[in-house]
Each structure stands twice: as C-alpha cells, then as structure tokens.
Write a protein that binds this ligand. Structure first.
Ligand SMILES: [Zn+2]
Ligand SMILES: [Zn+2]
Ligand SMILES: [Zn+2]
Length: 382
C-alpha cells in the first residue's frame, strides 16, 4: 500500500484531476493523487503513471468487489462493509489493534464503527485502500472523515480533510463547532485558522447558535477566546502606536535633512547669506523643505524669540537642538547654533541627556541610515 504514503501537501486533489497527459487512459483507469515523478523527457512519468493508475484501480476494485474479504465492519443503522484485515491493519494502527482483539467465526472478524454515517465509513475505508475519494463525497462527509482520520490515526486523510475545510468550508455559523472539533481531533492548523476567523468576526460569531452551545458546554473555551480577543486588540493598538511613532521620527528626520539643505544650499527664498538666488530654481526634492522654510522665516522675525516663547519658535529651537545632536561635524556645519548647542549639552542633566539620546537613536533607527549624507550613527557618540 505505497499509495497512502507521501501524499504531497500541494497535490491534495482528487483522483480525476490528476489524470496523466500522455497517453489517454481507458475510462476505469484513474490516476492516483500521488505526486508525479518523472525524467525530463516524460518517459519515466508515463511508465510510473500507468503503473500507479493501474495499482489505484486495482485497490479500488478490490474494495468495491470485496474479493476474499475477511472483515465485516458494522456501521450505524445496521449497515455493514466488507474489507480485508491486512489492508485495514496496514493503514491504521488503531484498526490493527481492534482486529487483534476482534472476535469472529473462523478467520472472519467483525468490528464496529459507530457515531458517523455508514457512507462516511465507506468513504473512509475506500481511502484506506486506494487513497482516493470523490469530491462530492469529501464535501459531504469531511467532518466525519476528519473524526475518523483522527480516531483511527490516518494522518494523510486528516491532512486532506483540513485542506478541504480551509477551502471555503468555514463560515460564521459553523466555525465555532469546527474549532472545537479541530481541538478534539488535534488539528493545530485548522484550530489556528478557526481561531483567527473567530477573533476577526467575534461580534457576528458570538451571536451564533454554535457560540451559545459552546458557552454552555465549554465555558473555559469561551473565556479563553474572549481573552485572546483582548490580547489581540492590545497588540493591534501597540502596532498602531508604533507605526505612529515611526511616522513622527521619520518626519523629524526629514525636517533635519531639509534644515541642513536650507542652511547649506539655500532653497527658494531662504538660505545662507553668501548665496545668490536665481529666479528659475530647480524644484526642491526635500518634502519637509516648504514647511521648514515658513518656520525659519517666522523664527527670524518673531518678537517672542526666546525658549519657552511662541510654539513655532519653540519648535524651531527643538529642531536646532536636535540637529546639533545628530550633527557629527559642527566645525563645518552651517546650521545656526549647532556648535552652541553642542557646548550646552555638556551642562545638561542626565535625565535630559537620556531623553535626547533615545530620541536621536529612534530617529536614526527609523530611517536606517548607515551611510546617510547628513547624519550617521556617529552622531550618537558626540
Ligand atoms: Zn528645498
Ligand atoms: Zn515665534
Ligand atoms: Zn550641525
């Protein structure tokens, strides 16, 4: 029964969809859902597929025709399915154990699988033979098959069931039930997907019948879900806060770039005293330049130009001080007060000093500017 092994994750499709291309096969010969293995010329593929298709067909036929079966599987409502002990035992360790303990007449054994529909058990046992299933049957019995694959330890089938459930089966009405089932059946990927879906649509889902039932039968689970929603919301708030902080640091960094640019090159109407301004200036590339130009103009003419004075001036003082903190060469720098602030820094309290250092660090980190034309991490040491 090599068929049940190595079902590749990306090829969890139905037998019919995996039909080999050359040569066209007669109707009953269906390809398995096993991964194609082939040489580049396709010759290996043809031989392999033909053999694998024939083998699948044989396994399906063995199950359908029940040739020399030696096990009767009793199902709900008096149904029974005939099977081969060797195949059941080879593909499911749990069935093997059941068969060892089973009583029977002669060599024939009888086991029972109850709690799921007869047809679901039939699809399950067919899968044990050929690793094949029909799409409509999978859709109809996917939850039963998930339970069977867990109870009888058939991980390949479980993987296929989870894959199908992920493909649009989940909705607000059934997700709570499937979440609980996924936990019971030890299907971590499915639990995670359900969990995410529940948290994302908690308002809608907490009004469903499934939620009400869970609330009564598993109050601890409801509590855990509500707690994880609170945690998720907090994480979301943190993310937004971080993102806003990043924006502010980025704006400050751009203001710093524009400040150096204005003081060094001049822009539009403002710049160093030795700079001649021509009528046709090229457009400025510094996004913060325009706002800064207005601020510098205000700063130059404001009557309250003292620290702690008007809010615009206060802003300008802060920008000038921040520049000084970032500037690694005050001797050649043309930004006003760059050197004065550097000297003042020495006299600042440890607390202030620490605050500035953190700000500078965050600004530099935000821009990730190893080789920036204006500022570098060297500034942190001055
Ligand atoms: Zn400019
Ligand atoms: Zn002012
Ligand atoms: Zn400077």
């Amino acid at each position: 029964m090599g068929k049940l092994e190595n079902i590749p994750e990306n090829s969890l499709k139905f037998s019919e969809q995996r039909s080999p291309v050359p040569p066209p096969l007669p109707d009953p010969l269906r390809a398995s859902n096993k991964k194609k293995r082939s040489g580049k010329d396709g010759s290996g593929l043809r031989g392999y597929n033909l053999a694998s298709t024939r083998a699948t067909y044989m396994w399906d036929r063995l199950f359908d025709e029940g040739y020399r079966t030696d096990v009767t599987v009793n199902t709900d409502n008096g149904g029974s399915i005939f099977a081969h002990a060797s195949i059941l035992g080879m593909t499911s360790p749990v069935l093997r154990g059941m068969l060892t303990q089973a009583k029977g007449r002669g060599r024939r054994r009888t086991i029972s699988i109850h709690g799921v529909s007869h047809d679901a058990v039939r699809v399950f046992i067919r899968f044990l033979y050929s690793a094949c299933y029909e799409e409509d049957e999978m859709k109809e019995f996917v939850l039963h098959l998930l339970v069977l694959s867990h109870v009888f330890a058939v991980p390949q089938l479980k993987q296929i069931c989870v894959w199908h459930l992920e493909q649009g089966f989940l909705n607000a009405e059934n997700v709570v039930d499937i979440f609980q089932l996924a936990l019971l059946c030890d299907a971590p990927r499915l639990s995670l997907i359900c969990h995410r879906m529940i948290l994302k649509n908690l308002k809608e889902i907490s009004a469903t019948e499934g939620w009400e039932v869970m609330k009564k039968s598993h109050p601890v689970l409801e509590k855990q879900l509500l707690e994880s929603k609170i945690n998720e919301d907090n994480r979301q708030k943190q993310r937004i806060k971080k993102s806003n902080e990043r924006k502010i640091y980025l704006q400050l960094y751009e203001a710093m770039e524009a400040l150096v640019h204005i003081c060094r090159d001049g822009c539009r109407t403002i710049g160093p005293h030795d700079k001649e301004f021509s009528e046709n200036q090229p457009p400025c590339n510094y996004s913060a330049c325009k706002g800064l130009e207005l601020l510098v103009r205000h700063f130059a003419s404001c009557k309250l130009r003292i620290p702690g004075g008007c809010s615009h001036c206060r802003r300008m003082w802060q920008l000038l001080e921040l520049h000084s903190r970032l500037c690694s060469d005050s001797d050649t720098c043309r930004v006003p007060l760059c050197r004065n602030f550097k000297e003042r820094t020495v006299k600042q309290s440890k607390k202030d000093e620490m605050r500035w250092r953190i700000l500078v660090k965050n600004i530099l980190r935000t821009k990730r500017i190893g080789g920036s034309p204006f500022f570098s991490s060297d500034a942190l040491t001055c």
